[in-house]
Design a protein around this ligand. Sequence first.
Ligand SMILES: NC(=O)C1=CN([C@@H]2O[C@H](COP(=O)(O)OP(=O)(O)OC[C@H]3O[C@@H](n4cnc5c(N)ncnc54)[C@H](OP(=O)(O)O)[C@@H]3O)[C@@H](O)[C@H]2O)C=CC1
Ligand SMILES: O=CCCC(=O)O
Length: 328
Amino acid sequence: APALRLRGCGGGGRGARLVFSCSASSSSPSGEGGFSGKVGFLGLGIMGAPMASNLIKAGCDVTVWNRTRSKCDPLLSLGANYEPSPADVASSCDVTFAMLADPESAVEVACGANGAAEGMAPGKGYVDVSTVDAATSKLIGKHITSTGASFLEAPVSGSKKPAEDGLLIFLTAGDESLYNRVASLLDVMGKSRFFLGDVGKGADMKLVVNMVMGSMMVSFSEGLLLSEKVGLDPNTLVEVISQGAISAPMFSLKGPSMVKAAYPTAFPLKHQQKDLRLALSLAESVSQSIPTVAAANELYKVAKSLGLADQDFSAVIEALKAKEEQNK
Ligand SMILES: NC(=O)C1=CN([C@@H]2O[C@H](COP(=O)(O)OP(=O)(O)OC[C@H]3O[C@@H](n4cnc5c(N)ncnc54)[C@H](OP(=O)(O)O)[C@@H]3O)[C@@H](O)[C@H]2O)C=CC1
Ligand SMILES: O=CCCC(=O)O
């Protein structure tokens, strides 16, 4: 019998809440209340590959596509099917997930030539788990729903390791019946899910979370460098922080390698900068001032110009080091 597992489920509508419930479907999406049908997955990068892999391992019938074809191979070895375009995946599957880099690629894959919308039809669903802004998500949703299919945005909190471990947090919004239909699939890939209302609310939540994270990383970087400059061991700073009120897994996880100037990529710096850019635009849309985020964004831009776009976002500390050098 499948093991019982605690899962957090966001309540519906406005003011979503975290309600814990027991789910008996941690390892299998099929069964009562589960998903029966074919699942498509578009975009097999750092996040998409382990998410699709977990669906396959849970027994789902998965069909994959990725712009760079070779990234499909490990999934095909696990038993996935392949289709040569997003449209072909969408037309051969009941529900299709997409995990793309940014707004431009998410729109291209969903709405472009041979895009997923071309393969959509009534009864099918499209779940975009990429991090994009609300306007992009609404545009994609409009294309998908114009075919009679349903649309759910479901960006995720959690990085490479939670994706591998099936411990992501889904921030969903859009079609609530599609949300309920794919709940068991989300539970294979994640540890909790929130339904936040109309399309755009999931994207907004994701950008707010990531803008906090991006600024935290800059502040942490400044602390590491200052501690070293005043003769403290930055490793001790990491340890002290880990025991106090500002303890965060991110600091404990990334601090030791940052001290060694190593930035193995879990969350690419270029994506963090994209999220800060989108968060700044979100804040602008409601005349909210977010000066700390604006300053952090400038540092990520400097880091990109130093050739660090594909390193982990913790490499932003190198932008501070470069500024130090300039000031000498
Ligand atoms: N990494 C992380 O920790 C997290 C990332 N995210 C978000 O998830 C999304 C994916 O992130 P991640 O997996 O890390 O990113 P990657 O850069 O590893 O993967 C990006 C994916 O997008 C595809 N892609 C890029 N441009 C195009 C295009 N023009 N047409 C078609 N496909 C394209 C890539 O294809 P190809 O292989 O051909 O390049 C690849 O499959 C991003 O929105 C990111 O912000 C969210 C939570 C955590
Ligand atoms: O978008 C990336 C989020 C990374 C994380 O939540 O650890």
